[in-house]
Design a protein around this ligand. Structure first.
Ligand SMILES: C[S@@+](CC[C@H](N)C(=O)[O-])C[C@H]1O[C@@H](n2cnc3c(N)ncnc32)[C@H](O)[C@@H]1O
Length: 395
């Protein structure tokens, strides 16, 4: 997407653009007025009152921030499996169960609403993108620095792809690396271990119902319900780009995660599976077409038509993920062409889907909200020639 255009903030200046100048008499009077505060009753009282307001303000701000953070923590933290959260007064909406042929997994213990927060979790440890030692040594060393509970949580996780020629009991460091490789997920630029989230099994395009996102500022991973989930259903996320045809998805999952995917989409009869593959191919092609707007290969109207086609194909496939980003990209196109009404509608749609997928308090929602009420405030506003590109028309 194009580089953000920064708008200058206005400073407190007079109409001519210069700071108002004081005359000599005023400056002299101020300089001479050096008497202590208590013999300048009015000014002293004002300053003391001001200070009191300031102190009150700071106390109030600290209290307000603490209450707000406590509230966020209450709303977002999840208890350990099966345990009643004393703060929330209810059980988390899933339990960890042994599932035939797939190890452990998370099963909904009640109906879950779309957009519900399922897990908020800090990593046990993260591995940065650049490392100087061998991965085996690094994981062993990071593990060694954990408290006992953290180490226990780690050793409880499952693993695949352990070298056949090695005996696990004799090679704990290699087991640790296999656990890491089976369970680690991206945490910004790094990769981290999140023992609670690690029990989520995989489902392909239309089969997964939960998405995870990393919040850099909080250093925490969030998992939200992308779709409504019925009591007794399994919570599933994605381990790979599922916009690939079945044979490619299966090959990847077998190689990296040691299982042959038999999710709802992978289990379709051949003809239905072919139709699903064709839709996934069409989605990839439409994304490719849409990216042509960035290079000015297609105009704004065509870009928006592409987004609408994409949305509909994804809907047929049951693929609901990334809708927030798609609508946000459409809002970007609309704003670039100064189509205020379309910008507002696409931004509203983006906020709705970002809220489901990433949370109401996510950076993406917070950043887009101003454009909902004031499309002209969108960063991309008027970067390209004016054009009516069109809104989402009921998407
Ligand atoms: C991150 S773990 C998920 C939790 C794991 N089932 C457990 O028992 O801890 C990844 C592993 O779970 C299993 N798994 C995940 N999704 C699966 C699926 N759809 N079908 C079968 N096995 C699956 C595979 O063994 C995979 O390597």
């Amino acid at each position: 997407m194009p580089v953000e255009r920064r708008k200058g903030k206005s400073k407190s200046k007079n109409d001519s653009g210069k700071r108002p100048e004081k005359n000599y008499e005023e400056i002299k009077a101020e300089a001479e007025d050096t008497r202590p505060l208590y013999i300048k009753p009015l000014r002293g009282a004002l300053i003391i009152t001001g200070l009191l307001f300031l102190v009150n303000g700071v106390v109030f701000a600290i209290w307000g921030t603490a209450t707000y953070l406590k509230k966020i923590e209450e709303v977002t933290s999840t208890p350990t499996p099966g345990e009643v959260d004393s703060k929330l007064g209810y059980r988390q909406p899933f339990e960890v169960l042994d599932l035939p042929g797939r190890g452990k997994g998370l099963i909904a213990t009640r109906d879950i609403e779309q957009g519900e927060l399922l897990i908020k979790e800090k990593p046990l440890f993260v591995v940065p993108p650049q490392i100087t030692t061998s991965p085996t040594e690094l994981v062993a060393s990071l593990l060694g620095q954990l408290p006992v509970e953290g180490r226990d949580a780690f050793w409880n996780l499952s693993y695949v792809n352990f070298p056949r020629e090695l005996v696990p009991e004799e090679h704990p460091d290699e087991v640790a690396l296999a656990i890491f490789e089976t369970n680690a997920v991206s945490a910004g630029d790094s990769v981290g271990i999140f023992p609670r989230m690690a029990r989520l099994n995989h489902g392909c395009s239309g089969a997964f119902n939960s998405v995870y996102s990393w919040r850099e500022r909080e250093g925490a991973l969030y998992v939200h319900a992308l779709k409504p989930v019925k009591k007794g259903e399994e919570l599933l996320t994605v381990y790979t780009n599922t916009k690939q045809r079945r044979s490619d998805r299966r090959a990847y999952l077998e190689r990296h995660y040691g299982f042959r995917c038999a999710c709802r989409v992978c289990s379709l009869e051949d003809e239905s599976s072919r139709q699903s593959d064709n839709r996934l191919l069409a989605i990839a092609e439409e994304y490719q077409k849409f990216s042509g707007w960035g290079q000015e290969q297609i105009d704004g109207r065509e870009a928006i038509e592409t987004v609408k086609r994409l949305w509909k194909i994804e809907d047929e496939e049951g693929y609901w993920s990334e809708r927030g980003q798609l609508a946000a990209d459409a809002a970007w196109v609309a704003a670039s062409h100064s189509d205020g009404s379309a910008t507002k509608q696409w931004a509203e749609l983006a906020v709705k889907w970002f809220t489901f997928e990433l949370g109401r308090d996510s950076e993406q929602v917070v950043n887009l909200l101003p454009a909902v009420n004031h499309p002209q405030k969108h960063t991309a506003w008027a970067q390209r020639g004016a054009m009516i590109v069109g809104g989402p028309d009921g998407l």
